[in-house]
Design a protein around this ligand. Structure first.
Ligand SMILES: [Zn+2]
Length: 394
């Protein structure tokens, strides 16, 4: 398409929105530098955005506390209006739905958690997400036209083009269901879907332990084991959106048959379910994976041994990712992250033992900075990451 003046204006508007989304409280001169546009163009675009209610000018003209000192008349600070757009995040687990309404900067305006037997009831679950979305907009008094979209993180591999779930053996009732279409029909909102590990990675990168880095791997140690990979600041999703399935890296030759159909996957030895199975055999009484955080807190010797062995296995599997991707940070999240150093230290030593020394130098392995709401915040962030483009209608 040719760059007509109208197109150039749209491009300029997008650049201004991007600059203000990245850095709230920006002066006009800073905006000119950040966008590469002329002073006159910036002034005109800002006037339009203020008139449209998307941008506000700080009347007080206060200097940001950590900003550079300026001389003369203080420059007025421009900011995006947080309420100019909203995103809904939905975290669909195996046994719950969590929904959150966020403003443009990820500020939480409404949230709710509901128990649900998700795996066997896809239709009811989708109806619940739609009902919670309506409740969020009603309670927070937000018009649907202000919502840029609904982002979904779900405990299943998701095809990034079709939104179809590759839920074989994972969520029995959901196989082949096109989540994107189903939710768009129910909510009349744009929908983006990813798996829960990618949603967690995005949240940790934007609001949690990964705020200072652009190259990180987030590993979610819950019922399933998955990883979300952020490379050069962007989620690395692969051709069909299935990158990061670290839980199904082969680890034990001739090991247990995994739910994916292969043998000896990481998940068969290091997931909370695998640890609970070990304890069930050892104690001669059923142990539920959901009780592991409480058992870890009691510091039972056998539980800690099983957790440490799981950490070592995770470290060995991670060594492949660290060697190939050279991240700066590994963030451990999910149910097993509550074990703290009892899981981190074996992960670190497992990575160190099996990774190119130069790739492991400077690598940090830490627990997640966010709590169990990481996935839902990341789901909303799927939309918010593109807020400037969605706001400018590009
Ligand atoms: Zn597997």
């Amino acid at each position: 398409m040719k760059d007509t003046p109208a197109n150039l204006r749209e491009v300029g508007r997008l650049r201004v929105l991007e600059a203000l989304h990245a850095a709230p409280r920006t002066s006009r001169p800073e905006l000119v530098r950040a966008t590469g546009l002329s002073r006159a163009t910036v002034s005109s675009l800002v006037a339009d955005l203020v008139a449209a209610g998307l941008v506000t000018e700080d009347e007080a003209g206060e200097e940001p506390a950590d900003g550079p000192r300026r001389t003369g008349r203080p420059a007025q600070a421009l900011s995006l209006v947080p309420e100019a757009g909203y995103a809904i995040g939905a975290d669909i687990g195996h046994q719950h739905v969590r929904l959150m309404l966020c403003d443009l900067f990820g500020g939480v305006r409404w949230e709710r958690w509901a128990a649900k037997d998700v795996d066997r009831a896809p239709e009811e679950t989708l109806d619940l997400v739609a009902a919670l979305s309506r409740a969020a907009l009603r309670d927070a008094d937000v018009d649907r036209s202000r919502v840029l979209g609904i982002g979904v993180g779900i405990a299943s591999p998701v095809d990034k083009d079709t939104g179809a779930l590759g839920a074989d053996g994972i969520m029995p009732g959901w196989v082949g269901l096109r989540l994107t279409d189903e939710l768009r029909d129910r909510t009349c909102l744009p929908v983006r879907v990813t798996n829960d590990a990618n949603a967690g990675a995005l949240a940790e990168r934007m609001y949690g332990a990964g705020r200072q880095t652009v190259d990180m791997v987030y590993v979610r140690l819950s019922a399933g084991i998955g990883a979300g990979i952020v490379s050069n600041g962007r989620l690395l999703v692969g051709a069909r959106g299935l990158a990061g399935e670290i839980g199904h890296l082969p680890l034990i030759p001739d090991g247990l048959v995994c739910r994916c159909g292969n043998r000896g996957c990481l998940e068969t030895v290091a997931s909370p379910v695998a640890i609970a199975r070990l304890l069930t055999e050892s104690w001669g009484q059923p142990v539920d994976a959901r009780d592991l955080p409480a058992l870890i807190a009691q510091r039972n010797t056998g539980v800690l041994r099983a957790v440490r062995d799981a950490g070592d296995a995770v470290g060995r599997a991670l060594s492949a990712l660290v060697t190939l991707l050279n991240p700066q940070l590994v963030v451990i999240g999910g149910d097993l992250a509550s074990a703290g150093e009892d899981i981190l230290e074996p992960v670190r030593s497992g990575v160190r033992r099996h990774t190119l020394p130069s790739a492991v130098a400077g690598l940090d392995v830490v627990t997640a900075g966010l709590d169990e709401k990481a996935e839902v915040r990341g789901a909303a962030a799927l939309i918010l990451a593109d807020a400037p483009a969605l706001l400018s209608g590009a």
